[in-house]
Design a protein around this ligand. Structure first.
Ligand code: FAD
Length: 289
């Protein structure tokens, strides 16, 4: 098996996609229709989210295994440690390895629904850093982690957040993937600051196309990404017309990707939202498909 961290040494930029498992009430097969189309774009790897939005956690492994063993594309299984014991984590890692999955995106995860004051310090793993240390002490798995160019929503100061990121990376992170953001200057500043404090691993830029006005509101309330005036104007102008808004959103994301490619970015991670046609359009726009 290929460890994804090696891809970042071999080629530039590494192009990757993120997909999510269908809700447990929907058939698993729907995601394979999506994948059939995404794999035609020949991404370097595809990541599969874990438990986010109420999806079944077992499905992450099932889908990642199909990506790896049937589509023969490298895969990155997301894994959150909130609420898991170390014995459970060990079992999950063992199950992933049994499917040839050797790459994990190690996350803390969000508080359980309806418990905003949830006390992470009472968990066996309080932070992603604890999970990463645990995995690296026992295995050679390639471990990725999340980075927040605008700071994590729960952190009061950007500099503090960056110091915790450095600490996390020092526990054995092989590469980072950023939270979505809409202004590349935010990403470039982040990279400069990260390098300055000694974060040396590759960093993939997380890009999510805006496809409708409702989605924007959700994104802002969930992760607090700041909205450049240019994007706000597009929403003002096209927000009421789904077709035009999608077109403008895809063009905006393509512009972000183009600029990243020109800047020599190490990786681009596209949040596909399980929408292969739109992702195909972006890659066509920038000459990558
Ligand atoms: P951490 O790195 O642990 O950081 C969390 C916060 O704690 C930060 O504010 C940090 O500054 C602070 N901190 C860190 N260490 C310490 C310390 N020792 N003391 C005090 N403060 C500290 N969620 C899902 O449920 N499933 C997914 O599949 C998923 N995929 C994601 C993929 C990406 C690329 C990203 C960016 C996020 C993803 N998330 C996912 C969301 C993620 O779980 C949440 O953002 C979560 O709240 C933080 O996880 P983390 O691993 O970044 O946390």
């Amino acid at each position: 098996t290929v460890q994804i961290s090696k891809l970042y040494q071999q080629k530039k930029p590494v192009i990757s996609f993120e997909i999510f498992p269908p809700k447990s009430t929907s058939p698993l097969e729907t995601v394979f229709t999506t994948l059939d189309q995404l794999v035609r774009l020949k991404p370097d790897f595809i990541s599969v989210t874990y438990g986010a939005g109420g999806s079944s956690r077992d499905r992450t492994k099932e889908i990642a295994s199909r990506i790896k063993n049937q589509y023969h594309i490298e895969t990155l299984a997301h894994l959150t440690c909130v609420g898991h014991s170390s014995a459970e984590i060990d079992q999950i890692i063992k199950d992933l390895l049994a499917e040839n999955i050797e790459n994990v995106l190690a996350l803390r995860g969000d508080p359980p629904a309806n418990q905003p004051d949830f006390d992470f310090s009472k968990c066996e793993f309080s932070y992603a850093a604890d999970l990463i240390r645990h995995i690296k002490a026992k295995t050679n798995i390639c471990v990725a982690a999340a980075a927040y160019p605008e700071g994590h929503a729960s952190c009061k100061r950007l500099s503090e957040d960056l110091n915790w990121l450095k600490y996390k990376v020092d526990q054995g992170v092989d590469f980072l993937i950023t939270q979505l953001y809409f202004d590349n200057r935010i990403f470039y500043n982040f990279i400069e600051n990260a390098r300055r404090i000694g974060i040396q691993c590759p960093v993939a830029a997380g890009i999510m196309p805006v496809l409708n006005a409702k989605q924007i509101k959700r994104i802002i309330s969930l992760c607090g990404a700041s909205m450049p005036a240019k994007l706000l104007m597009l929403v003002d102008k096209f927000g009421d017309n789904n077709e035009d808004m999608e077109k403008a959103g895809l063009e905006y994301a393509s512009e972000q990707v183009r600029d990243l490619l020109e800047s020599g970015v190490e990786g681009i991670h596209l949040y596909t939202m399980n929408k292969p046609q739109q992702i195909t359009q972006i890659l066509k726009n920038v000459g990558l498909a």
